[in-house]
Design a protein around this ligand. Structure first.
Ligand code: NI
Length: 165
């Protein structure tokens, strides 16, 4: 297990557009494995390569919408694009690069993404609710966009704790 350091919002690398991945090699696999270890350690639901200092188009998202008794699992998305989005959700969003801060962000309720897997094979995956929010949030990272620039307003600690906002 290898953990990577997660950059925080002061780092200029988080505001840059990431480049396409063209080599689906062991170095990419190591990056994805390290990102998964880092995500689990930090109890996050998504992580993008630029957050660990790699300005390339790779993200991981934890699929939490699983049937009772089944394990949550990580979806790896290389060079991802949103190909369909519908519905709407409005709620609190956070980011491992913006620790302890949450803001209200409007996102689609259902999102379909086309991406490559770690071997370069194209596939499509759908997400709803938190997973859809996460797809949008992580793909934003690849454009150098943080949720703080998309949110209507940040929440106070009281609002987060009470769930009233
Ligand atoms: Ni984030």
């Amino acid at each position: 297990m290898a953990l990577r350091n997660v950059l925080t919002k002061e780092d200029p690398g988080l505001y840059r557009k990431c480049r396409l991945i063209t080599d689906f090699n062991s170095r990419l696999h190591q990056l994805l494995d390290d990102m998964a270890d880092t995500l689990r350690t930090q109890s996050g639901v998504g992580l993008a390569a630029p957050q660990v200092g790699v300005l390339r188009r790779a993200v991981i998202v934890l699929e939490t919408n699983v049937p009772e008794g089944e394990d949550e699992y990580i979806i790896e998305l290389i060079n991802p694009e949103i190909i369909e989005a519908s519905g709407e959700q409005y709620g609190p969003e956070g980011c491992l690069s913006v620790p302890g801060e949450y803001g209200l962000v409007k996102r689609p309720m259902d999102v379909k993404v086309r991406a490559q897997n770690r071997f370069g094979e194209w596939f499509e995956v759908e997400g709803t609710g938190l997973t859809a929010r996460c797809f949008c949030h992580e793909l934003d990272h690849l454009e150098g966009v943080l949720f703080t620039s998309r949110c209507d307003r940040m929440l106070s600690d009281d609002e987060m704790e009470s769930g009233e906002y």
